[in-house]
Design a protein. Structure first.
Length: 287
């Protein structure tokens, strides 16, 4: 049968096939066929859906990772900023604490006028003796600082002014070998003179032998000689030296001031200063 002869039969066959499919569907016989077709087509559909989900999840993960990295960078910058701010506030708090203690000291000694200064150098010039180690503060002639003025902190006596410049001054510490301070023990009231020593704690000399002193006693200024106000804390006895061959006894004194950690000081400006101290000669001056 030729191709042209079959054409008139195609349409009736299609109609007949459709009627047959409808009849099979109505009677329920088409169910197994539909299940077979659904099972055959389901895996590709699932694969396509899951592929879309995985691809979408990957794109979202990349976006999330980028956002997390950006957020981490922002948080790290914020942490660094807060660390700097905390350090600044800690420094401000430390300075405020020092200022409060200095104010407490000034209020406890209201009979004197004070000028607050900051230490700006530990050793003055190349010609400074390695055994003296003076320090320099940011107060001078323009601030009415005079030679011989006592210098203190809230912990006690530091020394006295021995060089004054326009805007700075040098302090001779009580640990300096050239320093001599009239002192006494606070409890037993034993008088003596405390002298600085090279590389060692100061020593209190000329203590009357009949007065019993003990380790731990507080040493204060006696006010004799009018070089320092009376009653300033100087240090504490850490060793008593007695010798029957000597007329006086001595004591090793540990200063109450930590000279390596000083930052702020008070200069007593209305205490009568002693005569001006000749500054130590420099090699240039000697020539």
């Amino acid at each position: 049968m030729s191709r042209f002869r079959l054409r008139p039969l195609i349409l009736p066959l299609v109609i007949l096939g459709a009627i047959l499919m409808m009849a099979l569907d109505l009677t329920g016989y088409l169910g197994p066929v539909k299940n077979i077709l659904h099972a055959a087509l389901r895996p590709p559909a699932i694969l396509l859906t899951e592929s879309k989900q995985v691809l979408g999840g990957g794109i979202n993960a990349i976006k999330d990772l980028s956002q997390v990295r950006q957020r981490n960078a922002e948080l790290e910058d914020e942490i660094n900023r807060l660390m700097v701010e905390n350090l600044r506030l800690a420094e401000v708090e430390t300075e405020n604490t020092q200022l409060r203690t200095l104010l407490d000291f000034a209020q406890a000694h209201p009979s004197y006028d004070y000028r607050g200064g900051q230490i700006i150098a530990r050793v003055i010039g190349e010609s400074a003796s390695p055994f003296t180690h003076p320090i320099q503060i940011d107060l001078g002639k323009t601030h009415n600082i005079t030679t011989g003025a006592p210098v203190v902190t809230e912990r006690g006596l530091i020394g006295r002014i021995f060089n004054v410049y326009n805007n700075t001054s040098d302090i001779m510490l009580i640990t300096d070998p050239r320093s001599a301070v009239n002192v006494m023990t606070q409890a037993s009231r034993a008088p003596g003179i405390m002298r600085g020593r090279v590389g060692q704690p100061p020593i209190m000399e000329l203590i009357p032998p009949e007065i019993e002193i003990s380790v731990g006693e507080i040493i204060i200024t006696s006010g004799l000689g009018e070089h320092f106000p009376k009653g300033l804390v100087v240090g504490q006895v850490v060793e008593v030296i007695k010798n029957d061959d000597l007329m006086f006894q001595s004591a090793i004194i540990q200063p109450t001031v930590d000279f390596n950690r000083m930052e702020l000081v008070l200069v007593i400006t209305n205490f009568p200063p002693e005569p001006e101290i000749e500054p130590e000669a420099t090699p240039e001056a000697a020539n």
